[in-house]
Design a protein around this ligand. Sequence first.
Ligand code: IMP
Ligand code: MG
Length: 186
Amino acid sequence: MPIMKGHRIPEVTPELLISELEIRERVEEIATQINLEFEGKAPLVLIGVLKGAFILLADLSRRLTISHSVEFVAISSYGKQDTDAGEIKLRLDLSDDIEGRHVIIVEDILDTGNTLKYLISMLEARNPASLSTCVLVQKQGRAPIDVPVDYLGFEVPDVWLVGYGLDFAEQHRTLPYIGIVRPNAD
Ligand code: IMP
Ligand code: MG
């Protein structure tokens, strides 16, 4: 549709896949698990992978009853996005040392597994007391790279997802639910 002066571009509403309530309940379950597993084992640090994990990290962090700190990393990938051939670069590093700390990487989505694999080896080299991973959604039939996921929100079909931190061209990140958007539908 042509963009006309004074008219908004019509926005396609993503199709509901996982509701706000389902997400809230699952995040609560994961927080309960983490509370039990890390009770008395401080210091614990949650490392959110920007930008996609910022909402999960905020919700998870606020549901933890054990003491912890939060950190962020940002990475960017180059090359073919849907293969394991992409090159990954660190764009923002931690502001603190993680040596001797229990670390949980908090990531939005596991697709090829490239991002998490890169982060695991980078952070392992810094000698944390332990290193775990928490992923909101994992695409079924993907992740050709074998990466361990300790806390998984949901398994999802191999389609483009938005909402709860996930975007399509920076759109729909703040949707309260996880939805499906067809790339050429916008
Ligand atoms: P990887 O292929 O597991 O390394 O994932 C790469 C990154 O691509 C993820 O961290 C997301 O930021 C992004 N990504 C992959 N699939 C989707 C999707 O369905 N929606 C939004 N972002 C995605
Ligand atoms: Mg991501």
